[in-house]
Design a protein. Structure first.
Length: 313
């Protein structure tokens, strides 16, 4: 037991498919410590979740109390720790009544998993993003408009009067990974260990603009990335920039009916979200970006507050 464990009131956890992140929190929401690991939900059997969590947070636990862990993300998936039923939209992003308590052996833990959201028509689901949507509402009370949540599967969600009205998922990130790593394009896009070529942002922006204006042409452009590498010496980095621009531009075109004429909030501003932000700005689309970690933590804090209030009633 560490000295700081005595001042930790609860633990926030974001359990993605590939990463596990945990934050030691005070009752007022302050962050006392942060840890993470590569033990994502996709690589764990149900009985492995508790040991993976304990490996990170055991120094924060004391035998004198049972520490509440609020977890969002893939821990609640069908293949996760314990399946949590979806809440159907339209609904508020978070509901304390639908939290599911995960089975644990260690008596120092109480683990509550946040349910995801579902939509019947068109059929769609999300896990983890609902917590970020709650964080968006915490940062922008009364917000009405679209929220873009980039990731392997990018979500576009409509918020109105504190509720999630509808959402759509685009597999843009996964398509990028499959095309760049598993298709014939990999021969021109995978970085060479000896190469020092750098990503040209102008290539990305030009490709995004082209795909946005002519999304029907994207599928005819893809093999050209291989040909350009063979015939014109296009670098692998610029090939990846072009592929990313084509796919993100096509997504923005496909989502046009969702965001056109509405406010847009983007969760994130670096990495993949940064590319969405760059593409939106290049297309003169007004957008406000929020910090990803802050948004997730604000959402988890809302769950904790609801749990504390519920326990007192």
């Amino acid at each position: 037991m560490s000295d700081s464990a005595l001042s930790i009131d609860w633990i926030a956890v974001d359990w993605g498919s590939t990463r596990l992140r945990a934050w030691a929190r005070s009752r007022d929401g302050g962050i006392l410590q942060r840890v993470d690991s590569a033990q994502g939900a996709a690589g764990l059997a149900p009985e492995q979740f508790e040991p993976a969590l304990l490996e990170l947070v055991e120094p924060w636990l004391t035998p004198e109390k049972r520490t509440t862990v609020i977890a969002c993300g893939m821990a609640g998936a069908r293949q996760g720790w314990i399946e949590t039923p979806y809440s159907s939209v339209p609904c508020r992003p978070l509901s304390v009544e639908r939290l599911v308590e995960a089975p644990v052996v260690d008596s120092r833990l109480r683990v509550l998993i946040v349910p995801g959201l579902s939509q019947s028509r068109p059929a769609d689901v999300m896990r983890g993003e609902e917590t970020q949507l709650a964080g968006v509402l915490a940062a922008q009370p009364g917000y009405g408009g679209l929220v873009c949540l980039p990731g392997t599967h990018c979500k576009w969600a409509e918020l109105q009067e504190g509720r999630v009205i509808a959402f759509r998922t685009f597999m843009t990130g996964e398509l990028y990974a499959l095309l760049s790593q598993s298709s014939v394009l990999r021969h021109s896009l995978l970085p060479d260990a000896d190469s020092s070529d750098a990503w040209d942002n102008n290539v990305f922006v030009d490709a995004a603009r082209h795909a946005f204006d002519h999304p029907e042409q994207v599928w005819a452009e893809l093999f050209g990335l291989r040909a350009q590498g063979l015939l014109q010496g296009q670098t692998a980095a610029n090939g990846r920039a072009c592929l990313s621009g084509l796919l993100i531009g096509a997504e923005l075109a496909a989502a046009r009916t969702l965001w056109q004429g509405r406010k847009i909030t983007l969760v994130g501003n670096i990495g993949l979200p940064g590319l969405y932000l760059e593409a939106l700005h290049a297309l003169d689309i007004e957008v406000r970006a929020l910090n990803t970690q802050r948004t997730t933590l604000d959402g988890l804090k809302q769950v904790f507050d609801l749990v504390v209030t519920d326990n007192r009633s």
